[in-house]
Design a protein around this ligand. Structure first.
Ligand code: ZN
Ligand code: ZN
Length: 336
């Protein structure tokens, strides 16, 4: 682990003031026709020489299948404009699983994606049996697993099947959110980021997987939290704890980036942001250090960093549905 650092590319207070007048979006809607392909690419890139190579490649195949499904617009009922606007205005997530009934079509889409996964897995892949078993789950059992996943309940959850089922829920929620945001751009445009700390996604109420500092025109130095379920990104302060909101005692831990000669390479694109006030952490990925970072893929491929930080006594804030562990904390807010 490197010495905790303070990112030096952070904007000065003057830059922050200057930027305050710019139109920086507080919310970025997901693009389902592109994001699963980008995630798959990143997973393949990270899998090379990785200790979790087989698992990362399996998740890449899953994301490629989601990408195929995401190319068609699903026939879903249009969002109820009034209830979405009301929820946003009262800082309630309009697409929370408790509010938004799942259409049965999510299961059809998901089974089609899993059938494609089977086609692309090698004949001797140990994952085949899990995929086959999960496709064959009766609807009621599948819905029961989905309910537990969405409620953050690991008791009774089939941990091997969970990432596969979660992938289908991610596809469904990402498409629902993209369609809702496209149908009601004004409602989403005007909605302000929730008060700090914004622990949960303002669209669906899930925990974030990680945060990302974005690069590019108008985004330099801006940080967004990335939703584990609907892939929304919402803006948050650059340096503060995503769990308790403290801006003091924030440190950055990274695995040492090792160059060819075993020497430290560039600064790590993935760090754990730890908080001394509440002893929680969340990972942060930096686009300026690696343009290809993808919050969910990079979080998955940096499990060693979780182990180091949790050994040091920090508890994770946030979840990655593509790799779940038994957790004592609920992954969802209590239903309103
Ligand atoms: Zn969300
Ligand atoms: Zn904290």
């Amino acid at each position: 682990m490197t010495t905790p650092t303070h990112p030096s590319e952070l904007p000065s207070p003057e830059q922050i003031v200057l930027r305050a007048g710019l139109d920086i979006p507080s919310f970025i809607a997901p693009k389902p026709t592109a994001l699963f392909a980008e995630r798959a690419l990143r997973l393949r890139q990270l899998a090379a020489g990785h200790a979790m190579r087989e698992y990362l490649l399996l998740m890449a195949v899953v994301c490629e299948a989601l990408h195929e499904r995401a190319q068609a617009h699903p026939a879903l009922p249009p969002p109820d404009a009034e209830s979405v606007a009301q929820a946003l205005a009262s800082a309630q997530p309009p697409l929370a699983p408790q509010r938004l009934a799942r259409e049965p079509s999510w299961r059809t889409e998901w089974r089609a994606a899993m059938a494609q996964v089977l086609q692309h897995l090698p004949a001797d892949s140990p994952a085949r049996a899990t995929v086959q078993a999960v496709i064959a789950l009766p609807d009621a059992a599948l819905e029961q697993q989905a309910e537990r996943l969405l409620a953050g309940i690991t008791l009774g959850l089939d941990m091997a099947a969970a990432p596969l089922i979660a992938a289908g829920l991610q596809l469904y929620w990402t498409q629902r959110l993209a369609a809702t945001a496209a149908a009601q751009p004004d409602a989403f445009k005007s909605f302000a980021p929730p008060a700090s700390p914004a622990q949960h996604c303002p669209c669906c109420g899930s925990l974030p997987t990680a945060s990302i500092t974005r690069a590019g025109q108008g985004f330099k130095g801006q940080r967004y939290l990335h939703c584990a379920l609907c892939n929304a990104q919402w803006r948050t302060e650059l340096i503060h704890c995503c769990h308790c909101g403290s801006a003091k005692g924030i440190q950055y831990q990274a695995l040492q980036a090792v160059g060819d000669a075993g020497t430290p390479d560039t600064r790590a694109a993935v760090e754990a942001e730890t908080c001394e006030a509440c002893r929680h952490y969340l990972k942060i990925v930096h686009m300026e250090r690696d343009a290809h970072v993808e919050p969910i893929a990079d979080d998955l491929a940096s499990l060693t960093l979780d182990l180091l930080v949790s050994d040091a006594g920090y508890q994770r804030h946030g979840t990655n549905l593509l790799l779940l562990f038994g957790d004592s904390e609920p992954a969802q807010p209590e239903p309103a």
